[in-house]
Structure formats: structure tokens, C-alpha cells
Write a protein that binds this ligand. Structure first.
Ligand code: AMP
Length: 382
């Protein structure tokens, strides 16, 4: 069963065509610089090299047409007919409090995704465009939404509430939602496979360290706490995001630096984290290189990054009671063994010998394709 997985960002559409049974990718690529003068289509057909083309692409809707045409192109495409795509799985960032699992998209689901655009203004609107585009370009294929927030739906009330007047929860839905749910769910399942134990029996701490960083405490396959919050800004130090901070810093900067609220928001999301502290880069590879060259601020940024992870592992160990494994994943987590090794060395005396430290490659696209296959198969069999 061929499933197209679509991930719409603010100016890009990433896609991956997967065989959901064989769990393999046939072709993956991206339309980037959407809305700019020269947009680009980059894709890679399994086993063949990368192809890059300049394209004209005004919006996400048009980007989907470009993807469809590339997939069915008689020369470089992998499909002879668009109907070979049996279903489309969409990564949607925010499903609010409504979605605890992936779901078949209908008019009501579209309305809900629209409603939650207020909570994810940079992410949900492009996803909606992508969904609407796919409903036209792949009109016979059922569309499935897979939410970043859904896995954390299992958090209890006392975990997700902030200590602000209750009315703002009721009025605007201000609470912790958590993100990267598909990645935390995927590596949790993989950890169970690697440990040859049922997921239902395991207590895991999953550590997703990519451009964005987040952690989850996972008990019996359910997320019971996670470090990102109302937005992805909370929690760990990230490439350019500050993570946990005293909210009074915001008001202080507004008053003392004369910054607007939007400017402070920009500062905390795009100019902070590893980049802001080190002044070197948001990329961990550059930070590690600078440390080796004796750069003190890069060392400080690394130490802050590591300390936060350690602190959250300690907190989640207290919450879980026992920890069967700490799992590292995503760009930094998968590629930089120093992080896992340093953390293991520091935490081994605290966690004891029973805790495994694992590195597992995340594969959100595959989980989205598998969810879509399951939901579509159920629909067909009804
Ligand atoms: P992701 O968001 O999962 O794609 O992760 C992207 C981040 O992974 C980049 O910003 C890099 O900081 C980091 N990264 C990728 N490769 C390496 C590597 N070999 N060593 C350390 N960090 C890496």
C-alpha cells in the first residue's frame, strides 16, 4: 500500500512516498522557498541520485501539484498513475485537546485544525493548505491527519496545567500540550523491540535532540509528561530557542530594551539557545568544533544544554519511579555519541545499573504512513 506522507512547514513541503507494508521509502523530496521568486524542488528516488529543479511555486497548494507531477513524471517519476497513491498521511502540529490519535480527515477535522491555528499560527495554516491541495491532486486517496500533540494527550490534569488563572485555560486553552509526539511514540515502540520486552511494561525517558529538542516520560507506552509546553519554546535548550525561562525576563526586556512583544518573541525563538549563548552557531557540530578549539562560550552553551537534559532526566526518573531506558534520537541524539556517553557517565550512579542508554533513529514518516494505512484499511473493511 503506497502512502504519501506530507509535512508542510511555513515555506516548504516535505514529502515521502512509502510502501507501508514493506516499510520502505520509494522517493522523498521537498518543495522549498515557497512564495519566493525562485522556489526549488529537490527529490531523491531510492537508489538514484538527488535531483534539483527550479520551480514556480506561489503557495502550498501549488507545491502539492508540483509533488504530484514529479511523482508521475514519465521521465523521473516513480508512479505511472496518481491513483497508485492509496492514501495521504499529513503531519499536523496542533490537534489541541481534541485529538488523542491520528484520524481520517473530513470537514469537521478540517474545521478543528483551523480552530487550532490560533495555537500554532506558523504550522497549522500551511498544513491545511497542504491537506486541501492533496484533496484535489490525490482526490481518490483518503487523507489522514497525524498530530504532533496527540501522543501527549494522555498527560494528566495536574501535569498539563500552568499556575495561571484558570479562566485562561477555559478561554484560550492555555496549558501544556507538548510536541514531537510522533517521534517520542516511534522511538518508544522501537525501544521495546530492541529490549525484547512489551512496551506496556516499560518506563522510558525519550530524548529528542534535533533543531528543536524535547523529552518525554513514557510509561506503558503513554506519555505522562513532556518538556515542551503551550508552544515548543518550553523545556530544553535548543538550537535557537531558549527553553525554560523566568517569564519575568520578557517583561524586563520589553521595559529595559524597549523591545516590542513580537521582538522578544523573535529573540526567544530565533536568537537564543545554543546560538544565543555561544554566539557561534545553532548547530551542535559547530559548537563541538568550537569547544575543541577552546571557545569558552561554546563550552558554556554545551554545558547549559547538557545540564537541562540531566535535570529533566532526574525529574522524569522521580515521576516514573523506575527507568528501564533513556533513549536518544533526532539529528543531535542520533549522530553525536558524545552526548549519550557524557549523560550516561554522569547519570549511571544515580539511575543504577538497570537503566539502558539507547540511541534509536527516529522515523516520523514511517509512523505517519503506518497510522494512515491502519486507518484507511479500517475504512475499506467497514
Ligand atoms: P533534526 O531537527 O532532527 O533534523 O536535527 C538537526 C540538527 O542535528 C542540526 O541542527 C545539528 O545540530 C544536528 N546534527 C546533525 N548531524 C550531527 C552530527 N553529526 N553531530 C552533531 N549534531 C548533528
Amino acid at each position: 500500500m503506497l502512502i504519501l506522507v506530507v509535512n508542510c512547514g511555513s515555506s516548504s513541503v516535505k514529502y515521502d512516498l512509502l510502501d507501508a507494508e514493506k516499510e520502505s521509502s520509494l522517493c522523498r523530496g521537498a518543495v522549498t522557498r515557497i512564495g519566493e521568486e525562485a522556489s526549488e524542488l529537490i527529490y531523491e528516488v531510492n537508489g538514484k541520485g538527488k535531483i534539483e529543479k527550479k520551480v514556480v511555486c506561489a503557495d502550498h497548494h501549488q507545491a502539492i501539484e508540483i509533488v504530484r507531477d514529479a511523482l508521475t513524471d514519465p521521465e523521473g517519476g516513480v508512479l505511472s498513475d496518481v491513483n497508485e497513491v492509496v492514501g495521504v498521511g499529513h503531519r499536523v502540529v496542533h490537534g489541541g485537546e481534541e485529538f488523542s490519535a491520528s484520524t481520517l480527515i473530513d470537514a469537521d477535522v478540517i474545521k478543528s485544525i483551523e480552530k487550532f491555528s490560533e495555537l500554532a499560527p506558523l504550522h497549522n495554516p500551511p498544513s491545511l493548505e497542504g491537506i486541501k491541495g492533496c484533496m484535489e491532486s490525490f482526490k481518490d486517496a483518503p487523507q489522514v491527519a497525524v498530530f504532533d500533540t496527540a501522543f501527549h494527550h494522555s498527560m494528566e490534569e495536574h501535569v498539563f496545567h500552568y499556575g495561571i488563572p484558570y479562566e485562561y485555560y477555559k478561554k484560550y486553552g492555555i496549558r501544556k500540550y507538548g510536541f514531537h509526539g510522533t517521534s517520542h511514540r516511534y522511538v518508544s515502540g522501537k525501544a521495546a523491540e530492541l529490549l525484547f520486552r512489551p512496551l506496556e511494561e516499560l518506563n522510558l525517558i525519550t530524548v529528542h535532540l534535533g533543531n528543536g529538542c524535547s523529552m518525554a516520560a513514557v510509561s506503558g507506552g503513554k506519555s505522562i509528561d513532556t518538556s515542551m509546553g503551550f508552544t515548543p519554546l518550553e523545556g530544553l535548550l535548543m538550537g535557537t530557542r531558549c527553553g525554560d525561562i523566568d517569564p519575568a525576563v520578557v517583561t524586563f526586556l520589553v521595559h529595559r530594551e524597549g523591545l516590542s512583544v513580537d521582538e522578544v518573541n523573535d529573540l526567544l525563538n530565533k536568537k537564543s539557545g545554543l546560538l544565543g549563548l555561544s554566539g557561534v552557531s545553532n548547530d551542535m557540530r559547530d559548537i563541538l568544533k568550537a569547544i575543541d578549539e577552546g571557545n569558552e562560550k561554546a563550552r558554556l552553551a554545551y554545558n547549559v544544554f547538557m545540564y537541562r537534559i540531566k535535570k529533566y532526566i532526574g525529574a522524569y526518573a522521580a515521576v516514573l519511579g523506575k527507568v528501564d531506558a533513556v533513549v536518544f534520537t533526532a539529528g543531535i541524539g542520533e549522530n553525536e555519541p558524545r552526548i549519550k556517553d557524557d549523560m550516561e557517565e554522569e547519570l549511571r550512579p544515580f539511575l543504577g545499573g538497570g537503566t539502558e542508554f539507547l540511541t534509536i533513529s527516529t522515523n516520523e514518516e514511517l509512523l505517519i504512513a503506518k497510522d494512515a494505512r491502519e486507518i484507511i484499511t479500517e475504512k475499506i473493511n467497514k
